[in-house]
Write a protein of this length. Structure first.
Length: 321
């Protein structure tokens, strides 16, 4: 018997059990609901999608936090050397100035997460808030000439940042917040056309769920006859798009309100930062067939033959056969 099997309760396992308990702990849910409603009520307009990172293709919050973290870590390195207190203080100030927009982006993302993710995210935010408070105290001490106290507060702030970073990593990698939940679709759907049902099985402007290679697919037929098909699980947090609403050529996720264009899966509104994988469609012998739309380096669908079929009105979203 190995030492691992004899001693399963390692420090790492204890940490994971603690985080699992945090995910299940409901006592802060009332606070979470109040904060979530407050964040969602902020008059951000189109700035909300900017903060989500829809323009970037993935959440912008992890990118923004590099500035305060890098500044504070650099300040800690300078604090280890005598005579560099002024430069370290400048970096502490840069970190404090950049922490506010990074935190706003994080709160906007947090308000659209699952409850278990929000519970971890709240503690993550508290750790980072403690870090901001400690670094503000550090800067205040440095300004007043109390260098030793400023360095002490700075190192305590760095410890709080490390704790917040650990929780942020748990959110991103264990709980998959911010991940593209539709990324696997192109890797598991086989090539070629797949028959998914008779045309009559798809009422006009009604979202219908079908499955290809065990991958859920959303199918919507327009009143004019064109058929659109997208991966059915929302790229944001895998919400069921087939239970969403269809309007103006788009489908709205019922969970967090992300809006996707039916013709190509483009995410026209967040919190989703990645588009939905789209399928080419055709009607053959009264049946709808779909094929995963492959993307080239420019983000355009298919090869030259497929482009020719599109120009003639067959293949994608058209009638063939």
């Amino acid at each position: 018997m190995s030492s691992t099997s004899r001693h399963p309760r390692t420090g790492r396992n204890r940490l994971l059990r603690l985080l699992d308990r945090l995910e299940r702990e409901p006592r802060a849910d009332a606070v979470i609901d109040a904060i979530r409603k407050g964040v969602q009520a902020l008059p951000l307009g189109e700035g909300r999608d900017l903060l989500h990172g829809r323009w970037l293709g993935h959440p912008v919050h992890p990118l923004m936090v590099q500035v305060p973290i890098g500044s504070w870590l650099s300040a800690a390195v300078l604090d280890l050397y005598p005579g560099r207190s002024r430069e370290a203080g400048l970096l502490v100030g840069v970190g404090l100035a950049s922490a506010a927009p990074a935190a706003l982006a994080g709160w906007v993302d947090w308000a659209e997460l699952h409850r278990q993710q929000q519970r971890v995210g709240l503690v993550h935010a508290l750790a980072n808030s403690a870090a901001v408070g400690l670094y503000a105290a550090s800067l205040g001490c440095r300004v007043r000439g109390r260098g030793a106290a400023g360095r002490t507060y700075g190192f305590l702030g760095l410890a709080a940042v490390a704790a917040g970073g650990m929780l942020g990593g748990h959110l991103a990698y264990r709980q998959a917040s911010g991940a593209n939940h539709a990324e696997e679709v192109p890797h598991v759907v086989t090539g070629g056309w797949h028959r998914i049902g008779a045309v009559a099985e798809f009422p006009a402007d009604r979202p219908v769920r079908r499955s290809v290679d065990d991958v859920p697919v959303l199918v919507v037929r327009e009143p004019g006859g064109a058929v659109h098909a997208l991966a059915e699980r929302c790229s944001h947090l895998a919400g069921p798009l087939s239970e969403g609403t269809v309007s103006d050529g788009c489908v709205r996720c019922p969970w967090h309100g992300s809006v996707f264009r039916l013709s190509d899966g483009w995410n026209v509104r967040g919190p989703a930062t990645a588009p939905q994988p789209a399928f080419d469609t055709r009607i053959t012998d009264g049946h709808v067939e779909i094929r995963l739309r492959r993307q080239d380096g420019d983000g355009q669908a298919g090869d030259a033959a497929e482009a020719g079929r599109r120009r003639t009105g067959t293949g994608a979203h058209g009638h063939d056969g």
